[in-house]
Design a protein around this ligand. Structure first.
Ligand code: SF4
Ligand code: FE
Length: 483
């Protein structure tokens, strides 16, 4: 593994020369930018073995392509143990960072493409699967971060890609050359975009016969000419530039989403994994979505672990940890969090081999998993805010705690239980603010509802996969209905 530590990952990011915009300005040094660095730190944790007893076995595994020991984030799932271990790894990293560590999207992308390219080659006589394997050998050997890019900007949601007034609202091929293709369009909400070495583009929906130019998948270095990144804003993001870590809440780590614009970007054929095979596009979308809906049964559960701990701490600092209603609320938080975990493990354990050898999660259970994730983190956050109290939004700034005039008053009047420093109490309150309505909420709440597809996308899949006619037969048989 060329990049073999958190430090060497950060150094590798320094070498990438890209076109990045943030708050209206071009950013030449993303690594040291205070609004970007926490998200890079979260990504860096995917390279860090850490000190958890099971971390090494979860974060690393054996390459099926002969690449030796590799990061699990570059791995193709070989059995249901791999699927389960993926979820366990995500829970571990969620606990470590309390945010989105961003690297799962690419992993879910190339696992989806692995089986689909195999089937596409069988059906169309193409050679995408070997190309993808070659690409994966590179990814595993260099241990680079691959950003999985699916969500197009979509314009008028009522119109198909080919019907849009502006044809560029879905990424598409604008030119086919002997040596490759030229693509144009944009992908929105791209998790970890600025922290990735590579971008793996996939179609955003099942394409129709006349939409061949939109049925396109490829990998491209983040530094390729024609690519522009515009970082999205998050609530209270500029607090990271104020120099008061306590006010940030989770100062070490953060998440990141960006708009990626492809303005006539050239892709050589060896990095193209779909080009015109419209019948394969829907499969990529469904498989990627299932993998990423599984993922949320790990990463958000890890964050939930931290939030449950924060609730207990806040209660203890205020002297109410033994109150029966507080204990009951914390029990409810644990129940909700472990329900999400159960879904993540269930869809993994019930996974099955595809003809390519790559293991696929149970899609119905993966959709149920993510659908619960669109709800339970909101209830966990509500209970957390309930326990933490109004100071979550009324607490003064860390700068006030540093002002000699007012600090003694704050220390005196904002103290909690005897033996707990006021600053420690304030730190956990600010952490809760961050996680439930600041930057942290972008990863824990908004991402929970819209990441890997908004709730309705899961309801469509649940309705489709729920096998209603069979259930009707069960009822008819027992009720003695023969018609
Ligand atoms: Fe990974 Fe979760 Fe972030 Fe998706 S939301 S990239 S699964 S940490
Ligand atoms: Fe996500």
């Amino acid at each position: 593994m060329k990049i073999d530590s958190a430090e060497s990952y950060i150094e590798s990011m320094r070498e990438l020369k890209r076109k990045i915009y943030l708050l209206g300005d071009r950013v030449d040094n993303a690594v040291d930018h205070p609004m970007i660095r926490p998200s890079m730190n979260a990504m860096a944790e995917t390279y860090n073995v850490g000190d958890e007893a099971d971390a090494a076995d979860l974060l690393f595994c054996e390459s099926h392509l002969g690449g030796g020991r590799i990061s699990r984030f570059t791995h193709i799932h070989q059995d249901t143990d791999d699927l389960v271990n993926k979820v366990l790894m995500q829970r571990l990293l969620g606990r470590r960072t309390s945010t989105c560590f961003q690297r799962c999207v690419g992993m879910d992308g190339f696992n989806a493409l692995y089986s689909v390219t195999h089937e596409c080659d069988q059906e169309h006589g193409t050679e995408y699967h070997e190309r993808l394997k070659e690409y994966l050998r590179f990814v595993q050997e260099e241990n680079v971060v691959v950003d999985g890019a699916m969500t197009d900007v979509k314009g008028d949601r009522n119109l198909r890609p080919s019907e849009q007034a502006d044809p560029d609202l879905f990424v598409h091929v604008v030119e086919r050359r002997p040596d490759g293709i030229v693509v144009r369009g944009a992908k929105a909400h791209q998790t970890g975009a600025l922290n990735s070495h590579e971008i793996l583009v996939m179609p955003t929906t099942a394409m129709r016969e006349d939409e061949g130019d939109y049925a396109v998948s490829f990998a491209v270095p983040a530094t390729a000419p024609g690519i522009t990144f515009v970082l999205g804003r998050q609530p209270s993001d500029t607090r990271k530039m104020e120099g008061s870590p306590m006010d940030v809440g989770n100062p070490g780590y953060g998440s990141q989403e960006a708009l990626i614009i492809f303005d006539d970007v050239f892709i050589p054929w060896e990095r193209v994994f779909m080009c015109g095979e419209v019948d394969q596009s829907g499969k990529v979308v469904e498989r990627f979505a299932s993998y990423h809906r599984q993922s949320y049964g790990g990463c958000k559960v890890g964050v939930g672990d931290v939030l449950i701990g924060a609730a207990q701490l806040a209660a203890a600092y205020q002297g109410v940890e033994r109150a029966s209603h507080v204990r009951d609320k914390i029990t409810e938080m644990i129940h909700l969090n472990e329900t999400l975990f159960s879904c993540g493990i269930a869809c993994s354990s019930r996974g099955a081999a595809t003809p390519s050898g790559c293991y696929m999660v149970d899609p119905l259970l993966a959709n149920v998993c993510k659908h619960n994730v669109t709800r339970f983190p909101f209830e966990i956050s509500r209970l957390l805010q309930d326990i933490a109290g109004g100071l979550v939004v009324t607490m003064p700034s860390e700068k006030d705690f540093e002002n000699p005039e007012v600090a003694p008053y704050l220390e005196k009047y904002l103290q909690g239980k005897d033996g707990v420093t006021t600053r420690d109490r304030m730190k956990i309150i600010k952490f809760i603010e961050n996680m439930t309505m600041g930057c942290g909420a972008a990863a824990y709440l908004t991402e929970s509802i819209h990441g890997a597809g908004s709730p309705q996308a899961q309801r469509i899949m649940i309705s489709r996969l729920g096998n209603l006619p069979e259930k009707v037969q069960y009822a008819k048989r027992l009720a003695g209905i023969e018609s």
